[in-house]
Design a protein around this ligand. Sequence first.
Ligand code: ADP
Ligand code: MG
Length: 856
Amino acid sequence: MAGYTPMIQQYLKIKAQYKDCFLFFRLGDFYEMFFQDALEASRELEITLTSRDGGGEERIPMCGIPYHSAENYIKNLVEKGYKVAICEQVEDPKAAKGVVKREVVQLITPGTVMEGNMLNEKENNYLASITQWTNTTFSIAYADLSTGENTTAMMNNGWQAVLSELYNRPVKEIVVDSNLADSYQNDLVEKLQLTVSYQDEVHVSPTMKPLVESLANERLVETVGRLLNYLERTQKRSLDHLKKAQLIELQQFMSLDMYSKRNLELTETIIRKGKQGSLLWVLDKTVTAMGARKLKKWMERPLLQTADIEYRFDIVDGFLQHFIERESLRELLKSVYDLERLSGRISFGNVNGRDLIQLKHSLQRIPAIKDVLRQMDHKTVQALGEALNPLDELQRLLEDSLMEDPPISITDGGLIKNGFHPKLDEYRDASQNGKKWIAELERKEKEETNIKSLKIGYNRVFGYYIEVTKANLHLLPEGKYERKQTLTNAERFITPELKEKETLILEAEEKSVELEYRLFVELRERVKGYIPKLQQLAEQISEIDVLQGYATISEQNDYRRPSFNNQNDVDIEQGRHPVIEQVMKDGTFVPNDIRMDKGTNMLLITGPNMSGKSTYMRQLALTTIMAQIGCFVPASKASLPIFDQIFTRIGAADDLVSGQSTFMVEMLEANHAITHATEQSLILLDEIGRGTSTYDGMALAQAIIEYLHEHVQAKTLFSTHYHELTSLEESLTHLKNIHVRAEEYEGNVIFLHQIQDGPADESYGIHVAKLANMPNELITRASQILQQLENKPVEATPEKENDQQLSFFVSEKQKQTQTKPHNDIVDEIKQLNIMEMTPLEAMNQLYQLQKKANRQ
Ligand code: ADP
Ligand code: MG
């Protein structure tokens, strides 16, 4: 450090404590960054890099941003996953001896942002923490600083389960012990794209103790402690709105592994990563931000207790029966402000008058919401209304205290109503009276001097003055007026009388603004006392919003209330895929039944490519999830078991990102299902084995089927292009063949998308190849080969009537030019247009070729 100026030394000292942050170092009206920070920030933020002399040998790289526009720059960095430490001048520079004292006042990190424009209003913004206890045991905690949510859970199923738990949740940052294994830390960064932060002290400070008192398990206390300590360290201010840590028993919810969450596209699509096209996109008919967040949360944790689910169904039913009232309810809900995030901001001390007016308006809606719920002739719905507390007292307080249209600033007055505080009224009177007195003085002066254009004005520098145009100066009597300022064509004067009044007016105004600010802060503190009640209200309103949304979508899309059975019986009549149905929009989606009674655990699905196998499988999973989050389902009738877990291996999503081969991913996903599924689980395996050679893949597929059938006995849908597997129905009693029907019409395949019993016809591959516009010659050839294989006589095709070399045995002509006997196969391979083929088509071709080769 030697050689650096005192300020740079101060910078380096502070920076050493915030190595993993950009240090925004306040220097007058700017936040400056130095050294490495400056190099990186200038690149990330596209701002000019300069340098300054800092006393050392070389100039120091530097870049800066004006403090008043810092928010956007901070947002930019935080969205990219960086952390920003805000370092302010904490003493008046004028009063400072030597270098101005500076301190970091707040850390803004991806998991702790509070500012409205950095948050997605329809999503939570979680900071998580994890602690490892054994090889397989972890504990996890979540907090959302913007809403006050604070939850924790034990996890006993190893690291993969931890990743699955975190996957696809709106977690932005994770706090871990600095000794957590590097490979785990890498997973958090690379697989989940999280910002990792460290906090080793887990002991809960006395002020935070009440937040963990309900937790019986010391491990959970420590995990929450890690998170709270991190928050305390970074935020350095009130966290009064954080709720008491609540234990989530993960066994009480359906669990979805990482693959299923992704493959089923519950909240975002695989390719585009957006909400559009996901199940959430179809289901979200909420009208408040709180409701939207709640729906997402419910989708992340489908329920397992029938009674809890039926309770939601009941309310949806009630809402469905009362269309008119439901519409009024929707309208009313639209004007309810985000009470949850507002509570957070109140506690943080960054609400203004307008926020509190919005709060007042929201509270004023509650009685009407209660009314409309009461009007619905439905007990459960009415009870919802009864439970709402409109917080009359708070409403009255806000009504009495706040002006209807306050300014954004809370330091310039104009916030507090007359009549709220006697002293304030007094100041206001004084200033008003003073102003009246001045108006009166102006009138009097005009009269006395006989100068019609005389006026009294005010400016910040001179205060009140009397202004007389130059032409009229001669009319002013001597002595009484003191000249203050000369303009081009007027002079400004003051009188002792005027100055005296001015002092009174300005004093009153200054005092009134000061008092208003104090009253506002007091008001904010009083509102703070209502935070738990506001949070409860937010909770209730968001649930009502989600449930009205379920009813709205159920009516729009004709969903029906499912029932649950304990017989492990799936019986869906005329079911539809909730998302594809909407995307097709024209009503052309073909409904299908899904039936798996107690004795049937596995459906083996065959059928042409593009016929609807994957859709059918996903349809069951999505229907199940919809039912277990309490929504009605896309079917004319449905009786379902409660599934404890869903596992999927769906062909479409090849794991390009992680760089693992498709086949390896396939095996990982299948293995995950095999090892964790129970009899109560649902497994979807879509074309397993196609990533490897035919026999290899087929052998594996069969072994997996047999294993699931014998040992796991979960409800399983297994689609396959290995037609040979359909014969398993004979030996495996709980397995049933079904297929998707396709018909041939004038030589083309028509997809009917209809599911029927029994295995599919084998020759569909060629039809698909034809649909894919493969060369006619190739199609013809394939048909002939197939016929050969099936030992049918070869038919000559019209175009090649006179060609004698139609069988796949080597032609005379070929024999002349080729030496080896198998070269017809080589020719065939040469003719394949591989670039135009799908993997499945290629696989089919290869399969046929290999079959042929084996016979030779
Ligand atoms: P497969 O898995 O058999 O190759 P998919 O399930 O991927 O076929 O379905 C292919 C396409 O067929 C879907 O994208 C959809 O457009 C259409 N489809 C599938 N099932 C249906 C259905 N029941 N009704 C209407 N169209 C369907
Ligand atoms: Mg498919």
